[in-house]
Design a protein around this ligand. Structure first.
Ligand code: GCB
Length: 614
């Protein structure tokens, strides 16, 4: 547990928030969602002066024109060359690309401004502004004061505003910049749309002077009855505070006292826990109380582990019937951000027969995790370390670690989360190995109760390279071996699947984290004509046969639930900016391959794989 403190402190610096408020759902909040005024600023004219010095570093930014000061001309002689209140408005949450036609391809800076009043419920309370996510870099200002800078487009952050907040006429200005950069995470090169903006909820949070800022309440690794964790208080009276942990349904009531850091660890045990699983997604009310604060959460208890080639959920072997999902609502177009969006996506996954989803390739919004908890869907969560990033750049590592820390901090109490994935399809090299090994160590320091994985690649040996193996040395550092493969799409035609042999030497369970191919819904032809539903259907049939020959196959998550936007996909009449590998089209229609996968999931089990490979 000592390791854990060090790591938490570590990710609290740099471009993240110093403190991430846990469980924003059950806090006293008021929303700043809705219409915000915005100014498109490709030259960052509102940020830098003509000598390219940031206005927020100059002596009098008001005089010189920094947009964060939200200046107004009050006299006819005043020169103010912008006006938020006369500027167009855009909806938050939401990406800008799908709201304004002229912003569809835009990458750069856009300034957001929202005015609001806030009367505190209690004079002694502290107030924070909380962002679900902003892609990619957010510079945040309240009433002309800089609150901070956050990097990373998919994780939450918050700033305390107690001393700056007024009762009337506050103005919150956020400069959001989604410029892709080589040394950032993700890097310049991906296969998804770089949706910009304040893509998730923005909230004002009111909390007592000393409040419960964080807690971890999960089953101890490998135990089915010992609940372990910690509670962290924040505020001047955090030391020596009495804390009570209650799980009424389990008749658990534990009294504990915080140390000088405002922190306390605990462990309680119960023989009556009704374990969380896809068949029984039981969540318990967990209440944490102090003299000044109280928070309620709904938490499931389950164990996840591996034994040789098996993945064990609550001690029993399980086959992960999965699907990859991008955070996009294909029907509306653009980033998914609402609970309804999550319901639609996870509803489709259920219909497919899934008990598991891979949330690719970055942290999705918190609604997804909370809903997965309720619906009994296990989840793979992924850090956006994708393809070839700058492995040798320390700042790049720091940003990757910070984002992973924010993800684990946010979702560590969700029973649904069973795997933290470090990366996707990264090329083997020494610096990449160090990078990933450090990330893994960091993740385990924050949470050692989940499995660690990464989507790797396979390599061929033997005649024509038809014998496939995993030679990536990072395979030694994961609990579950996962790899993406596209035999029959990027590598030959679907009938090639039949010629493949597997030679996976590691004694670990295998999840095939991606396979698939593109099809335009409603486009028909023979099974060897690309882009037809018949080709995709044939490819899925052949892939399933091939993958079942992997003796240690314990899960699959084909690529992908729905068609999604990608600037790499330009073929007119077929792609038109969509990656067409979805099993469901952008109009919500199921393609033929959907039903192949559904049939497979209806009958597959660990026993069946073992029998087939006897
Ligand atoms: C992959 C990537 C995924 C791509 C997919 C494709 O291997 O992991 O992000 O979108 O292939 O469609 O090529």
């Amino acid at each position: 547990m000592k390791k854990l403190i060090i790591s938490l402190v570590m990710f609290g610096c740099g471009f993240g928030s110093d403190l991430l408020i846990q469980n924003i759902y059950n806090r006293e909040t008021s929303t700043l969602n809705g219409k915000w005024n915005y100014i498109v600023d490709p030259y960052e004219n509102g940020f830098y002066n003509y000598r390219y010095t940031p206005f927020d570093e100059t002596a009098d930014p008001t005089m010189s024109g920094g947009y964060f000061t939200n200046q107004k001309a009050t006299q006819p002689s005043d020169r103010v060359e912008y006006d938020f209140d006369l500027s167009d408005r855009i909806k938050v949450p939401g990406d800008w690309n799908h709201q304004k036609e002229k912003l569809y391809y835009y990458e750069g800076t856009i300034w957001y401004k929202k005015s609001f009043d806030h009367v505190k419920q209690n004079q002694g309370n502290r107030v924070f502004v909380h962002f679900g996510a902003a892609n990619y870099q957010a510079d945040v200002y309240l009433n002309g004061h800089k609150l901070g800078v956050h990097k990373g487009g998919f994780t939450p952050f918050n700033y305390e505003i107690t001393d700056i907040l007024k009762e009337l006429d506050n103005f919150l200005v956020v400069k959001v910049d989604n410029t892709r950069k080589k040394d950032e995470v993700p890097t310049v090169n991906t296969d998804w749309w770089n949706f910009g903006g304040l893509t998730r909820d923005v909230k004002i949070v009111e909390l007592p002077a000393t409040f419960i800022s964080d807690y971890f309440v999960q089953l101890e690794k490998n135990s089915l009855q010992e609940i372990r964790g910690y509670v962290q208080l924040n505020g001047k009276d955090g030391t020596g505070q009495k804390v009570e942990l209650l799980i009424p349904e389990l008749k658990i009531r534990k009294k504990i006292v915080t140390d000088e850091q405002g922190r306390v660890e605990f462990s309680v045990s119960s023989k009556r826990i009704n374990l969380w699983s896809p068949e029984n997604p039981q969540l318990y009310d967990v209440i944490i109380k102090t003299d000044t604060d109280e928070i309620l959460d709904h938490i499931g208890f389950r164990s996840i582990s591996t034994l040789d080639q098996d993945i064990l959920l609550n001690g029993k072997p399980i086959f992960l019937k999965g699907i990859c999902i991008h955070e996009e609502n294909p029907i509306r177009g653009g980033r998914a951000y609402s609970i309804e969006d999550s319901r639609m996506l996870l509803g489709w996954a259920k219909e497919l027969g899934c008990n598991y989803v891979r949330l690719a390739h970055y942290p999705h919004n918190e609604h997804m995790l909370r809903l997965a908890d309720e619906m009994g869907i296990m989840v793979w969560e992924e850090n956006p370390v994708y393809w070839t990033i700058s492995w040798e750049n320390e700042q790049t590592y720091a940003t990757a670690q910070q984002q992973l820390g924010e993800l684990i901090s946010r979702d560590k109490n969700r029973a649904a989360v069973i795997i933290w994935s470090m990366a996707n399809e990264t090329p083997v090299s020494e610096s990449r190995m160090n990078f990933l090994i450090n990330l893994r160590k960091f993740a385990l320091g924050l949470d050692d109760t989940r499995l660690i994985s990464a989507a790797l690649e396979i390599h061929g040996e033997g005649e024509f390279g038809l014998t496939k193996k995993i030679s990536d040395p990072f395979a030694d550092f994961v609990d579950v071996l996962s790899f993406n493969q596209y035999i029959g799409w990027y590598d030959g035609l679907p009938d090639k699947c039949d010629q493949i042999n597997w030679s996976i030497k590691q004694n670990k369970p295998v999840i095939v984290s991606e396979f698939g191919g593109g099809a335009l819904h409603g486009f028909h032809g023979d099974s060897l004509s690309r882009w037809t539903e018949e080709y995709q259907e044939y490819l899925f049939k052949e892939s399933i046969e091939m993958l079942q020959r992997i003796p240690q196959l314990r899960g699959t998550s084909p690529w992908i639930l729905t068609d999604f936007h990608s600037p790499r996909r330009v073929l007119p009449g077929i792609q038109d900016d969509w990656n067409r590998k979805g099993l469901i089209s952008e109009s919500g229609d199921k393609k033929k391959a959907f039903y192949i996968m559904q049939d497979f999931y209806n009958q597959i089990s660990v026993q069946k794989i073992k029998k087939l490979n006897k």
